[in-house]
Structures are given as structure tokens and as C-alpha cells.
Write a protein that binds this ligand. Structure first.
Ligand SMILES: [Zn+2]
Length: 157
């Protein structure tokens, strides 16, 4: 079943900030599915983890995301908490040789990490988009410009 949404996942502004409130859960779900957090139809990724500069369906700029190291961090967290208890249970139940552990867990860890990275990164991009983080805020100063600079004040000279 294909679900299409006529409007972007935006709700009426209730914060008084002049920006439409965005549904965080829905944007994160779209991102986890590899879809644009705004419209839910365009593809988020061009390649495996390469985010499209803009949504091919609605044109929403997606290059503003700053997922950085967060997706690997959460992937390691999730994979570790799934695999480690299983590995300990297998060790306690069967006491297999070390090479059995290596042959079991190495491919499982690599495969599950590669499978989890795209949805976790997509959910984080959806979170950033829904909260107007980084360049997703239309009122923000450009990505390349810092909001303020340290150092001596040179404006009074
Ligand atoms: Zn879109």
C-alpha cells in the first residue's frame, strides 16, 4: 500500500516564531524509511548514505543536515546492545570455540551495522529538519558564516 501526503508534514504555527511547527515523529519516520522528511515521497539518499542535495519530489533542500558522527554512534549503541547479550548467552549455553564466535558475530555485526546506518541517519536528518536545526532554519545565518566570532571587536575602529 502506498501512502501519499498532499501537504508537507507541517502543522500550523503555535509557537509564535513565525515558522510552521513540524511533526518530529513523522519527519523521523520518513527519514528512517529513506524518504524526504518534508514530503515523504522523494528519495533521501542518492547512493547508500549519500544524501541528495535536495528532494527530487518537493525540492526541499536536504544538504543542510549535520548528521556527522551521530548515526555511527547510535548504530554501535543499538548493535552492541543486541549482539552482546546473544553472544554471552551462546557462550554460557554452548561454550563454543573462539573461532565459532568470530565466524558467528563478525558477519552479523557488519551486516546489521550496514543495515541500520541508513534508517538511523535518515531519522536523525528528519529530527534536524523538523526542529529547524542548522541550515534547515530559513532565518538562520548561512552555513558558512558563524553566528558570532571570537576575538577583538574590530567594528568600533
Ligand atoms: Zn520532499
Amino acid at each position: 500500500m502506498t501512502v501519499t501526503y498532499a501537504s508537507p508534514s507541517s502543522l500550523p504555527d503555535t509557537s509564535g516564531s513565525g515558522r510552521a511547527k513540524r511533526d518530529v515523529g513523522r519527519a523521523m519516520m520518513f527519514g528512517a524509511k529513506g524518504k524526504c522528511p518534508s514530503c515523504g515521497t522523494g528519495r533521501l539518499y542518492g547512493k547508500y548514505l549519500k544524501v541528495n542535495p535536495s528532494c527530487p519530489a518537493c525540492g526541499e533542500e536536504l544538504h543542510h543536515h549535520r548528521a556527522d558522527d551521530a548515526p555511527p554512534y547510535f548504530t554501535i549503541f543499538v548493535v552492541g546492545h543486541i549482539i552482546l547479550p546473544i553472544a554471552l548467552a551462546v557462550e554460557l549455553a554452548f561454550v563454543p570455540a573462539m573461532w565459532v564466535h568470530v565466524m558467528l558475530w563478525t558477519p552479523l555485526i557488519i551486516a546489521s551495522s550496514l543495515l541500520l546506518l541508513p534508517p538511523i541517519k535518515g531519522a536523525l536528518i528528519g529530527l534536524q529538519w523538523a526542529n529547524y536545526m542548522h541550515g534547515f532554519d530559513p532565518n538562520a545565518i548561512g552555513d558558512d558564516q558563524p553566528a558570532f566570532e571570537f576575538g577583538p571587536d574590530t567594528s568600533k575602529q
